[in-house]
Design a protein around this ligand. Structure first.
Ligand SMILES: [Zn+2]
Length: 215
């Protein structure tokens, strides 16, 4: 995929934040790994711009040293964890959003247990809630890296969620799945205490999902 296609996909999915009710107004951010000339780095949504007004040229390239290559725009204020996730995982795309039910559950600062087998989509037997940190800081980024160990998605305390993937389509779909699971878990705990699928059983689910994706 060339640079223009990546920029267009970032805009397309940023607009989907609003149209799919996944993240209100200007909240959330999206990035795709990219190599530009001799620089490794990523393309990311700019800071403070309405998604509906974005053009290809507004998307910001940040290199792996955290240097902004855009002459006018700043990268999203939360670019720090994108920088670190590309260093610490082998993902190619990152979606961060303030989706309603992930945000609600993140305020409880608790991991989401395996109340449903599809929790395994996030990579393990639970979805971990990263410790609270001020948005945009290295502290928050460090918490996220811990929560994303062996995972493809996590909650951020009092904030929202992050999903990563091999490409932007996969990362965005996972963010939607996480939001759906959060909504279901929220409704389950309103009714009572859901039965939790055992760790051993979840290992079988994780293996089966891995095989299913390969086939
Ligand atoms: Zn955020």
């Amino acid at each position: 995929m060339n640079e223009i296609e990546k920029r267009q996909l970032i805009i397309k999915y940023s607009n989907s934040f609003n149209s799919l009710n996944l993240s209100p107004l200007r909240s959330g951010n999206i990035s795709i790994k990219h190599k530009k000339q001799n620089y490794e780095g990523f393309l990311i949504t700019p800071s403070g711009k309405k998604y509906e007004n974005l053009s290809d040229l507004d998307i910001v390239f940040v290199d792996s040293d955290g240097k902004n290559h855009h002459e006018l725009n700043l990268p999203s204020s939360e670019y720090n964890f994108h920088l670190d996730l590309y260093k610490e995982t082998d993902c190619n795309a990152i979606v961060h959003c303030h989706s309603k039910y992930s945000l609600i559950l993140s305020c409880l600062r608790k991991n989401i247990p395996s109340f449903h087998y599809m929790i395994a989509l996030a990579g393990g037997d639970n979805i971990v809630c990263a410790e609270y940190g001020l948005f945009g800081t290295k502290d928050l980024s460090n918490s996220i890296i811990r929560a994303m160990k062996n995972r493809k998605a996590c909650l951020l305390s009092n904030h929202g969620q992050i999903a990563i993937g091999n490409d932007i389509h996969e990362a965005f779909e996972l963010a939607q799945e996480v939001e759906f699971l959060c909504e279901c878990y929220y409704k389950c705990i309103l009714l009572g205490k859901p039965e939790i699928i055992s760790y051993e059983e979840m290992q079988k689910v994780i293996e089966k999902i891995g095989n299913y994706k390969k086939s």
